[in-house]
Design a protein around this ligand. Structure first.
Ligand code: IPM
Ligand code: MG
Length: 360
């Protein structure tokens, strides 16, 4: 069985981190895992190639693949385009098209990197949380939306926060099932004191919990959750929340780990088809300079192997190789301690490739 991957490098540092991930895929190939890759443009690169952030050929490639490995999209040169042509639309349309509703964003503090967090080491050391973010609903996709001129002649912008109970139930199930394999606790984050949508969220999560009595469920308002994440993040095991709150909380959680350059993510549908990407963006300021941290992309590849193609053992080996290079002391700039030596993208890639090769 050959695994077929659609590779979408995108913009900014996307292509260079994906290039390193392709090297990792080569090693896996030499070790007997049959993986076929095909690359296609998305985001700004898609717009440049064919005027569309999600070109038809790119979508067709994804349709024919077993999973998608995604780099990053966006760049200042695209910020003034009409919304439909902006790079982010490529990403949002892929999420919607494949119904990738379950977004898993683990935030793990590797022992060697606890110092890299801006928070006190004792607050973050040993942290291991999983944010389960709903990814295809909420105010991101709700209709109606727009900017119009109202009856008073004033321009008015509006978006619609909406969730139906089926959308809430399925992501709650994802979170409860994930908790069963971890610490057994789910904290559902909402704003039920103010918003109707999230009152329904709380009701449906509570109803769904009836089938998961072995999992402990708590609820928290999003403002408090933001505070608790920086006050005492280790109180959490699994956090489940909607699209908008999850976007914000997962960036905050990433910084607990020291660098957003370390965090992978999985976006999965009911059939376990998925798209895998680092949660960092395209970082246009360092693009092309060989400074980016490729580890989040390697860890995203590991998630892909584990969740979409049933290759947990290969995933373990990639994660072990990443841990090994961190233990050896290799640091890209984003995770380096002040005054300590720093390596670039390529050297970090080399180190993981050797560790993986040796570990076989
Ligand atoms: C993320 C990103 C995206 C989002 C952007 C690029 C559209 O911030 O994956 O968290 O808002 O979902
Ligand atoms: Mg985000």
């Amino acid at each position: 069985m050959t695994i077929k991957l659609a590779i979408l490098p995108g913009d900014g540092i996307g292509p260079e981190i994906i290039h390193q991930s392709l090297r990792v895929i080569d090693v896996l190939g030499r070790q007997g895992l049959s993986i076929e890759t095909e690359t296609a443009p998305v985001g700004g690169a898609g717009y440049d190639a064919s005027g569309d952030p999600l070109p038809e050929a790119t979508l067709a490639l994804c349709e024919s693949a077993d999973a998608i490995l995604f780099g990053a999209v966006g760049g200042p040169q695209y910020d003034t385009l009409p919304r439909a042509q902006r790079p982010e639309q490529g990403l949002l349309r892929l999420r919607k098209h494949f119904d990738l509703y379950a977004n898993l964003r683990p935030a793990i503090v590797y022992p060697e990197l606890a110092h890299a967090s801006t928070l006190k080491t004792e607050v973050v050391a040993g942290l291991d949380i999983l944010i389960v973010r709903e990814l295809t609903g909420d105010i991101y996709f709700g209709q109606p939306r727009g900017i119009h001129t109202n009856a008073d002649g004033l321009r008015e912008g509006f978006d619609t926060m909406r969730y139906n109970e089926a959308e809430i139930r399925r992501i709650a199930i994802t979170a409860f099932e994930a908790a069963r394999k971890r610490g057994g606790r789910v904290c559902s984050v909402d704003k039920a004191n103010v918003l109707e949508t999230t009152q329904l969220w709380r009701d449906v999560v509570t109803e769904t919990h009836a089938d998961f009595a072995d999992v402990e469920l708590s609820h928290m308002y999003v403002d408090n959750a933001a505070m608790q994440l920086v006050r005492n993040p280790k109180q959490f095991d699994v956090i489940v929340t909607g699209n908008m709150f999850g976007d914000i909380l997962s960036d905050a959680a990433s910084m607990l780990t020291g660098s957003i350059g370390m965090l992978p993510s999985a976006s999965i549908n009911q059939k376990a088809f998925g798209m895998y990407e680092p949660i960092h963006g395209s970082a246009p300021d360092i693009a092309g300079k060989g400074l980016a941290n490729p580890l989040a992309s390697f860890l995203s590849l590991a998630m892909l192997l584990r969740y979409s193609v049933g290759q947990a053992e290969a995933a373990d080996r990639i994660e072990a190789a990443v841990r090994q290079v961190l233990a050896q002391g290799l640091r890209t700039a984003d995770i380096a301690e002040q005054g300590k030596p720093v390596v670039g993208l390529e050297a970090m890639g080399d180190a993981v490739v050797s560790a993986l090769t040796a570990g076989a």
